[in-house]
Write a protein that binds this ligand. Structure first.
Ligand code: MG
Length: 390
């Protein structure tokens, strides 16, 4: 069945005291409206999205409101008028319509999918949360007066309506007709109930809060957490390197000169730890590898200080908008023992990454006499690094 979503964002609600309508306030760097629209565009069960907007926004929309699967229409006076405008604009093939309030930016794919599935089965379905608090009803005293409880309602029977609310097309058309005939309602489900349909309750989400006050905005920020821009704001990279041990070279590991009878062979200072970490950094940003940026055929890198290469990799990653968060390296060396140098190596690597020493882990292993590293012919290093877009 072809499913269209209507995002109701026609209101000019400025209850938050901001100079812009609340659906355009920013939540972790993106307008609330954008969160809602993108949630539905990303849903695998939604084919098309109609965003109902204030007229001035519909006529000159920002980039995030442009796309083939997105139709923009100007809203009406009341919410139900806006939904009616949206329903007029859904593609002809639409068999089911899911309505969502733009002020609920944290709606997730599962909630959209289970509401749509329930409506496909039962005709009408809404997301709702079972009441957790004891529910008191108050009598008709006017606002401002002292109020008293008239009775306590059975909590098990109380559900708090959210959106999404989904309807088979003919059900919504009937409900909207009632609205056009003058019936007032705060949501489409109420109109569908008035029209005589049974509206199914679907388990809502406690994260799916409605942004109405500045406190709601703070709660939503906290629910999103520090990596708000999505999974792509944090990336991980891994690196590996190995160099042969030869006589007549200094042994440099993680920028620290380690006293030993041999050193590592290579074009640069052959610092395997820095090389592994440099590759991890470049890999995390999908920015190529160490051989590509610092080829050993280039005389500039002859005997190069590999800490300098690591610093350049940090700059390459920074140019792509990322900075290191932490790193962990494992050095595989049969000899020498590295325990006494671990802190110095961690401090040197952390400094190159622009991090405090505690952000870099350094571990040393032997290979128990097996393979070339185990026989003391080479030293190898593994590194992982986390980077983030601040
Ligand atoms: Mg190397």
């Amino acid at each position: 069945m072809f499913v269209s979503a209507i995002i109701a964002a026609g209101g000019r609600g400025r209850r938050l005291g901001a100079p812009v309508p609340k659906q355009l306030l920013e939540l972790s760097g993106r307008p609330i409206l954008r969160w809602s629209v993108e949630a539905f565009l990303a849903s695998p069960v939604v084919d098309h999205v109609v965003a109902v907007l204030p007229a001035e926004l519909a006529s000159s929309p920002p980039e995030y409101l442009r796309g083939e699967r997105l139709t923009l229409v100007a809203g009406g006076e009341r919410r139900q008028d806006s939904v009616a405008c949206g329903l007029d604009a859904v593609p002809p093939a639409t068999g089911l319509v899911v309505i969502h309030d733009a002020a609920r930016p944290l709606v997730d794919a599962d909630l959209i999918a289970r509401t749509v599935a329930a409506a496909a089965e039962s005709g009408a379905a809404i997301a709702a949360l079972g009441a957790r608090d004891t529910i008191k009803e108050s009598g008709g005293e006017g606002a401002g007066a002292a109020r008293f409880v008239s009775r306590t309602l059975p909590r098990e029977a109380i559900f708090l309506a959210q959106t999404p609310q989904a309807f088979r097309r003919e059900v919504l058309e009937h409900a909207v007709r009632l609205g056009r005939e003058g019936v007032d309602a705060t949501d489409e489900a109420a109109l569908a109930e008035r029209a005589g349909y049974r509206v199914r309750l679907v388990e809502g989400s406690t994260r799916n809060i409605k942004i109405t006050t500045p406190e709601d905005l703070a709660v939503a920020e906290a629910l999103i957490g520090p990596h708000a821009a999505g999974p792509s704001s944090v990336r991980v990279g891994s690196g590996y390197d190995l160099h042969r041990l030869v006589a007549g070279r200094a042994l440099v590991l993680g920028g620290v000169k380690v006293p030993f009878e041999k050193g590592l062979a290579g074009h640069s200072d052959a610092d395997v730890v820095c090389h592994a970490l440099t590759d991890a950094l470049l890999g995390a940003a999908a920015a190529g590898d160490i051989g590509q940026h610092f080829p050993d055929t280039d005389p500039r890198w002859k005997d190069a200080d590999s800490v300098g290469l690591l610093r350049q990799a940090v700059a390459i990653v920074a140019a792509r908008g990322y900075r290191p968060v932490n790193a962990d390296v494992t050095v595989i060396a049969e000899r020498p023992k590295l325990a006494a140098h671990r802190d110095a190596i961690a401090a040197c690597l952390a400094s190159a990454l622009g991090l405090p020493p505690g952000a870099v882990g350094v571990k040393a292993k032997t290979n128990e006499g097996a393979d070339a590293t185990g026989r003391g012919e080479a030293i190898a290093a593994h590194a992982v690094v986390l980077i983030e877009r601040p």
